[in-house]
Design a protein around this ligand. Sequence first.
Ligand code: UDX
Length: 470
Amino acid sequence: MANIAVVGAAGYVGLAYSVSLAAFGHRVIGVDRDPGRIWMLNDGVAPIHEPELPELLQRGLATGLLTFTTDYATAIPPAEFVFICVGTPSTETGAADTSAIVAAATAIARQSKGRTIVVNKSTMPVGSAQFVADILAEHAPSGVTFTVVSNPEFLREGSAIYDIFHPDRIVLGADDLDAAHAVGDLYNTLNAAILITQPRTAEMVKYASNAFLATKISFINEVALICDQLDADVDVVARGMGMDARITPRFLHAGLGFGGSCFPKDVRALAAMARENACDSPLLNAVLDINAGMRSHVIAKVRRRLGTLTGATIGLFGLSFKPETDDIREAPAISLIEELLAQEATVQATDPVANAHIAARFPEVRLAADAYGAAMSADAVILVTEWPAYRSLNLDRIANAMRGRLVVDGRNVLDPGKVASAGLVYEGIGRPRNEGAGTRITVLPEAEPLRAQPRPESVIDSHPLASRGD
Ligand code: UDX
């Protein structure tokens, strides 16, 4: 059992790690400057919508292994490990804002009492391990020493706890191998591959991973736009591509593109790091441009069908950036609403959990309790986020509610044939125009099954100095 402090414990990453590290059997004190959230957490109430989080929070509090405070002087002195989990939002240039990291590192330095390993868990620009080490050294009392280990997170919203317990890999970046192994040992209840490397490389693994996944999405979206023109079916194309074990079918779902707190911010930050270091990043810039273009593409589809958006009523189904979260950061719905309002359309929208966030940001949007309410008297509806409820809509009810007939499926989850059968006009993203044709696809039983990916070794230690022998 280790003593761990988590800085930024009321935020998304910090909270997910606080409850999980306590579930691994460590003693965890979460510290955060938000007193309202700390009060809720000590009361056993999770301030964010995330599966399994409330259960682990309550279990941690009940066992006494997990506590929360706003006071660094309580959290830091007993800690052998301090996890930095503060936010790094985009600045106006697209670069990561590191002010919360500076504040956290300064506070940690002032309160530490002995040898402390600081774990950089937030997504931080390349070079941040050294940056944090310098701040710690500047503010540390005499006799206090720090080692910084970069240990980026790879959590998906909506499955953050699952992802912590089932990581594809744990990445550790450190100049001090003993410190890297000590951090690796915190996860020894997990059966995960561990990659140990230099800090700058570990920091880059995180950015490159997110940028690559975003690239897959923009790639298939560009193919979808071409399919739209050539009357081919991008979903079948993606399926056919994904049957190649080198490609895999994951992150090849065409649609309105990526949003959320990570992909847009991290691709921008990587492009900014390239720019600041006199490197070109034409691919990253294209990934962002294609993503923004998907929103415009859908608006253009609606405008083309309706003739004009001025005075039209448009229903939006789904407002969060993806299902199972109430997070609307960089959600496609935001760009759609802005564009529709700019063109003087009336927007009627609905989401299972994110209505309140949209109401706070766009008071002029009419919010409905469900898709049938959002479709009421609408000239067109757009499926924006593929919540399960929208995959199995009663299409006759939608048709009866609407004034017009156009259904734009921004996530390619509806059956075009069923939409047409309800008397509606279907438009997907890169799906054949041939209304009612559905998707013709045959996979023969004798087709060779996907080749299984070889399992990674349990520990891959790529650090050049790594021949420790233990
Ligand atoms: C992502 C990464 O997956 C995670 O490893 C990282 O640490 C944080 O960013 P998250 O933002 O929670 O996680 O969502 P994810 O499920 O990866 O989806 C990101 C976005 O891409 C969503 O807007 C989703 O709708 C979109 N997406 C995803 C597609 O448009 N097509 C796809 O095929 C996959």
